[in-house]
Every structure is written in C-alpha cells, then in structure tokens.
Design a protein around this ligand. Structure first.
Ligand code: F6P
Length: 327
C-alpha cells in the first residue's frame, strides 16, 4: 500500500527550455488544487543535494507562463551521478518531508530520477522539457516548438543576406544526438539541406544543395548542420564546400544558446500546462517512474526506462519530403 502524498518536490534540470516555467506553474497549481504542498528545489539536483528549497504558493508562479528559462534555475550536476550525491539528495527529501518528486528536463534528468527511484524507492514523475525533442514515447517535448521557431526566424534573416550577396550559409543547429530541430527547421525555412546524425550523407547533400541550386540558377544556398552530425560541425561542412565550390563566399553561423532562450510559443505553453497537470494526476493515480508525454494528441504515461533507453527516429516521410522540396 502506497503512502499518501502530502508534499511534492519539483525541479528543473539540464539545459533550460522555453515552457519550463509554464510546466512549473501547472504542477504547482495542480498540486495545491489537490491539497498537496509544493516545494520548489532550486538549481536542479544540486539544490536537492544542498537543500536549496522553498515552499511555493500559487502566487510564486504568477506571471511566469510567458517567461523563457526557468525561475527555479537549472544545473548539470556531476555530484548527483555518484551514489554519495544521491544519498545526500535522499537525506534532503527525508528532512524536507518530500514524498514524491517531479522532474522537468531531458534524458540526463530522467536518468538521475530513475536511479533515485530505484535506490530509495522515491516516487518520481518526469515531465519532458528539452529543445532537442529526443525523448522516446512523446511526439513533442516542452521547448522544442519555440526553439524550432527561433531557428526558422534566424534562417529567414540569413536568407536575406545570402541572396543579396550570393553566398552560401552553413548554419549550426543544436540537438545533442538528434536531428529533429535541424530537419524541421530546414523544411520550415525552405533551406537547401539538413545534415543530421541520423542520415549522414554529407557529400551527396552538399552536391545536391549547391550543384543543383546552381543548375536552377539559385544564387545562394543555406545548409543546416546539426551540431554533432559530423566532427567539426558547421565549420567542417563549410570547409568542404569551400574546397568544392570556391566560387561562392561561404559563411558559418553558429546559432548556439540563442536557440534555448525566449518566450515560449502558444504550443509550448499549452503543452507544458497539460503535461504539468497530468504529472500531478499521474501521482494521484499512483503512477511511479513514468514520464508524461503526448502521442497522437493523447496524454500517455511512458516508463522512464523506455523514454531514456529507446531511440526516437526521424520520420522517414519528413526526410524524403525534404529532398523533393529542396530541388
Ligand atoms: O539539451 C539541450 C542542449 O541545448 C543541446 O541541444 C546541446 O547539445 C546542449 O544542451 C548544450 O549544453 P550546454 O548548454 O551545457 O553547453
């Protein structure tokens, strides 16, 4: 028989993502609505180890739905990867009388939560928050849509200079091991190629993008390169282009952390509000060690083990569509 949950802890961890605040708001209000106390843990697992914790009321999450980043801060915490670190974190949970933990983050965040759950039998629920969209079992992660729109806006701007100066732009996009942002931003911005880790066809794509572009009298091209698609990322791709097509002036733009910031889109705010609310519902239904996700517009509960271990692939039809669209 599970004990009754009176107090939850909530944290954001790993790379910040737009919409994390909206999720925090929904979790806080969903919990209080159901008579559960909320303790916000600052700076992710670091704050759990150090006891950097504050009780939250509904007012503490007022006026944050539109804000990017995370008001309770985030961190990547090496200490929590050690058994000693997790023991300290568990001691904090006991001291603070926190009965269950909701973690908002990505793969690394869920891996840590799962270990804590396995070692100390702590009820944990994961809410997917990462711009990378790389968690298996959910069609979307919080922050992905905003980042995608940010990248699209940047590429639209680069297009102006690309066509004016008859240049090739090579744009480096984030994504850790996944190419979702790169592929979909390429389609959305009408760029010529997406070089992604899942489909490593760099040379063919350069030829397709630039060779075919020239045949069609395109005077410029934009290639999006996922940061880890090939060693050296966008710089390496630009070098290859310069060697093969010295007639173009080739320029590199690394979008970097611009992609993580900004006010969340309506899509991310709504997704975060829904998933945050369902995280509380899942706890009340005595779900444990699961991620709340969305699949085909339905909320789903996915075991954390699957969300972390299974590889989410790029949809083939999207990839094929790009080849048709960029001729
Ligand atoms: O997971 C989000 C992400 O922005 C990845 O796309 C990127 O590889 C990584 O985090 C960068 O991490 P950091 O901000 O710690 O340099």
């Amino acid at each position: 028989m599970e004990y009754q949950i009176k107090t939850i802890g909530v944290l954001t961890s790993g790379g910040d993502a737009p919409g994390m605040n909206a999720a925090l708001r929904a979790i806080t209000r969903g919990a209080i609505y159901n008579g559960i106390k909320v303790k916000a843990i600052f700076r992710g697992y670091k704050g759990l180890i150090d006891g950097d914790i504050q009780e939250f009321t509904t007012q503490d999450v007022s006026g944050i739905i539109q804000r990017g980043g995370t008001i309770i801060r985030s961190a990547r915490c090496d200490e929590f990867r050690t058994p000693e670190g997790r023991k300290q974190a568990y001691d904090t949970l006991v001291k603070e009388q926190i009965d269950a933990l909701i973690v908002i983050g990505g793969d690394g965040t869920f891996t840590g939560a799962r270990m804590l759950a396995q070692e100390y039998n702590v009820p944990v629920i994961g809410v997917p928050g990462t711009i990378d969209n790389d968690l298996w079992g959910t069609d979307y992660t919080i922050g992905y849509d905003t980042a995608l729109n940010t990248i699209m806006d940047c590429v639209d701007k680069l297009r102006d200079t690309g066509t004016s100066h008859e240049r090739v732009f090579v744009v480096e996009v984030m994504g850790r091991d996944a190419g979702f942002l790169t592929l979909n931003a390429t389609i959305a911005a009408g760029a010529e190629a997406a070089i992604i880790p899942e489909r490593a066809t760099v040379e063919e794509q350069i030829e397709e993008a630039i060779g075919q572009g020239r045949r069609k009298h395109k005077n410029s091209a934009i290639l999006l390169v996922q940061e880890h698609a090939i060693p050296g990322g966008a710089q390496a791709v630009a070098k290859m282009i310069e060697q093969r097509h010295p007639e173009y002036g080739t320029r590199v733009t690394i979008l970097g952390h611009l992609q993580r910031g900004g006010s969340p889109t309506a899509f991310d705010r709504i997704l975060a509000s829904q998933l945050g609310g369902y995280a509380i519902k899942a706890l009340l239904e005595e779900q444990r060690s699961i991620m709340v996700g969305i699949r085909d517009n339905e909320i789903v509960y996915v075991p954390l083990s699957q969300a972390i271990q299974q590889k989410k692939d790029i949809p083939s039809d999207r990839w094929n569509a790009l080849h048709m669209l960029s001729i």
